[in-house]
Design a binder for this molecule. Structure first.
Ligand code: ADP
Length: 492
C-alpha cells in the first residue's frame, strides 16, 4: 500500500475556515453554522465549509450582474477572453496534483481517477477557450417584399446559475464554467454540500490567473436553501443543473416562475446489451468497470445489464468475478481501484436498494456487503433474477450495483432497454455492425456506445432523452446553452 502523504499546502487549505467568493472578495458565509467536510474513506471531519444564506446569494448575483453589465468582462474582445480561459487552464494544470488530492479527500474516489478527471476538467476549459473567438451569427436573404439586410447575432445569455453535484465535482465545475465563460456570461457557482473543496480552490486559482471581479462567484451550502435561492432568483438568466431527476424537476418548476432558461443533466438507468456474438473479452471487463468506476456514482453508468440467453451464465459470472477482484480501499492509496461511496447518506441509500431488491425476490450473485467498519465502502454487487418492474431495475441506485436480466433476441433486448423512465445512455455489444446500428436507432437514449461503455468527449453533445434531462452539454450545443440569438431586420 502506497498512501500519499498530504503536502503542507493541502493541510493548510483544509484547516482554513472556508469562505464564499463574491466579486473578488472571500467573505464569511452568513447562513448558519459551518458544514462539516467528511472524508468518505474513514468518516472523519477534515474541514468545514460555509453555509450561505439567501442574502449571500443575492450578493453573488449582484456581483455577477455588475460584472456582466458594467465590468471589463463585457468589453473584452473574444480573443482576450479565449486567452484568459487558456491561462486559467494552465494555472489549474500547475496545481493539478493538489486538486486531485483534494478531490480524493472530499469525494473518496481513487487518486488515479481523480488525477485523470482533473486533466479532463482542464481539457474542458481549453476546449471551450477555443470556441470563445468563433461565435458567429448568420445572414439571411428573406422572402418578404422589399430590400432587406437581415442578420442574427449570438449574445451571452447573462448571469448563469451553475448548480453541480458531488460525483465528479471538478469536472462538473469546468464543464459548466468553460462554456459559460467562453460565451461571455458571468456565473454564480454552487458546488454540492458534500464536495465543495475543489470548487473553492478553483475560485482562488481563477482570480490568481486574472479573472475579472465578479465574473465567477462561488457560494456553498445546502441545496434546499442555497440551490433553491439560485434556481428561483429573478437576477439569474439561466440555470444549468446536473443532479438527480427529482431535484431537476424541482428546479424546472422554480425556473418556470419567470421562464428562466434551464438545462438539466439528470439521472440515468442505462441499459447495457450484450449479444451472443459479442467480443466477451472486451464486453465483460468494460461492463464490470462501467458500473464500478467512481463506485457506480455516474449518471451514465451501464447499470442495467441485459445478456442474450446462450451466454448469460458465462457473462454474469465474469462480470461478478471482475468486480470482486477490484482493489477496494481508501482513495489516497494509489493501488485502490474502487473507493468508498461519497457519504453515509449515499451508503444508506444504496444499501437500502440492495435490501429492497432482496425483498422483491431478486438474488445477490456477488457482493452486497459493507466492507470494514469505518468509511462508506460497499462491495461491487451483481444482482440477478430481476425483472423490469422491480424498484432496483426502474430506479437509479448510484452505487456499484448491477442488475442483470437475459433476453432471447435483439427485439426483446431493445424492448427491455426502452422500458424505463430514463434515457441517458446505452451500450450495445455485437460483432455485427448492422445489428449494432439498427439497435442504436431504436434505443431511446441520448448517448449510445457500440462495443464500448466510454462515450464522453468534450466535442460530443451529451444529453438525456425522457426524464434524463433537457438540453445538451459539451460541444457547440453546450456553448449554445449560454448564448441567445437576436435577429436584426433592416430595410435598405
Ligand atoms: P443528491 O440528492 O444525491 O445530493 P441532488 O441532485 O439533490 O443529489 O444534488 C445535486 C445538486 O443540487 C447539489 O449541489 C445540491 O445541493 C443541489 N440541490 C439539492 N436540492 C436542491 C433544490 N431544491 N434546489 C436547488 N438545488 C438543489
Amino acid at each position: 500500500m502506497a498512501v500519499i502523504d498530504l503536502p503542507q499546502s493541502i493541510t493548510e487549505f483544509l484547516g482554513k475556515q472556508h469562505e464564499v467568493l463574491i466579486g473578488s472578495d472571500w467573505r464569511q458565509a452568513s447562513g448558519g453554522d459551518p458544514i462539516a467536510v467528511i472524508n468518505p474513506a474513514d468518516g472523519a471531519q477534515i474541514s468545514a465549509i460555509g453555509e450561505s444564506s439567501k442574502h449571500d446569494v443575492d450578493s453573488a448575483v449582484a456581483a455577477a450582474r455588475a460584472a456582466f453589465e458594467d465590468g471589463p468582462w463585457g468589453a473584452m474582445k473574444p480573443d482576450a477572453r479565449a486567452k484568459l480561459i487558456y491561462r486559467i487552464a494552465d494555472h489549474f494544470e500547475a496545481h493539478a496534483e493538489e486538486l486531485a488530492i483534494l478531490e480524493t479527500l472530499d469525494n473518496g474516489k481513487p487518486i488515479s481517477a481523480a488525477r485523470g478527471e482533473v486533466i479532463s476538467a482542464i481539457n474542458a476549459m481549453r476546449y471551450y477557450a477555443g470556441w470563445a473567438d468563433k461565435i458567429t451569427g448568420s445572414t439571411h436573404t428573406i422572402s418578404m417584399p422589399g430590400d432587406h439586410h437581415v442578420y442574427t447575432m449570438k449574445e451571452p445569455v447573462g448571469v448563469a446559475g451553475l448548480i453541480i453535484p458531488w460525483n465528479y465535482p471538478i469536472v462538473m465545475a469546468c464543464m459548466k464554467l468553460g462554456p459559460a465563460l467562453a460565451a461571455g456570461c458571468t456565473a454564480v457557482l454552487k458546488p454540492a454540500e458534500d464536495t465543495s473543496l475543489t470548487a473553492l480552490r478553483l475560485g482562488s486559482l481563477m482570480l490568481e490567473a486574472g479573472l475579472p471581479e465578479g465574473v465567477v462567484n462561488i457560494v456553498t451550502g445546502y441545496g434546499a436553501t442555497v440551490g433553491a435561492a439560485i434556481a428561483s432568483h429573478p437576477g439569474i438568466d439561466k440555470i444549468a443543473f446536473t443532479g438527480s431527476t427529482m431535484t431537476g424537476k424541482a428546479i424546472a418548476k422554480m425556473a418556470a416562475e419567470d421562464l428562466r432558461k434551464v438545462s438539466l443533466e439528470l439521472g440515468g438507468k442505462s441499459p447495457n446489451l450484450i449479444m451472443e456474438d459479442a467480443n466477451l473479452e472486451k464486453a465483460i471487463p468494460m461492463s464490470a468497470m462501467g458500473i464500478c468506476y467512481n463506485a457506480g456514482q455516474t449518471c451514465t453508468a451501464p447499470s442495467r445489464l441485459y445478456v442474450q440467453e446462450s451466454i448469460a451464465e458465462h457473462v454474469i459470472e465474469g462480470v461478478a468475478q471482475f468486480g470482486s477482484a477490484l482493489k477496494l480501499g481508501p482513495g489516497l492509496d494509489d493501488e485502490t481501484q474502487i473507493g468508498p461511496l461519497v457519504s453515509q447518506k449515499q451508503f444508506d441509500r444504496v444499501a437500502g436498494y440492495i435490501e429492497t431488491g432482496k425483498a422483491e425476490g431478486a438474488e445477490i450473485a456477488s457482493g452486497g456487503r459493507r466492507v470494514g467498519n469505518q468509511g462508506f465502502f460497499l462491495e461491487p454487487t451483481v444482482i440477478k433474477q430481476t425483472r423490469n418492474d422491480m424498484t432496483i431495475v426502474r430506479e437509479e441506485i448510484f452505487g456499484p450495483v448491477l442488475v442483470v436480466q437475459t433476453f432471447k433476441d435483439a427485439d426483446e433486448a431493445v424492448t427491455l432497454a426502452n422500458d424505463n423512465d430514463y434515457g441517458l445512455a446505452a451500450a450495445i455489444w455485437t460483432e455485427n455492425v448492422g445489428t449494432a446500428h439498427k439497435m442504436a436507432r431504436r434505443i431511446k437514449a441520448g448517448n449510445i456506445g457500440v462495443n464500448t461503455t466510454m462515450t464522453a468527449d468534450w466535442d460530443v453533445p451529451l444529453g438525456g432523452f425522457k426524464q434524463s434531462g433537457i438540453g445538451h452539454e459539451n460541444g457547440i450545443e453546450g456553448l449554445n446553452l449560454y448564448l441567445q440569438t437576436k435577429a436584426v431586420f433592416t430595410t435598405l
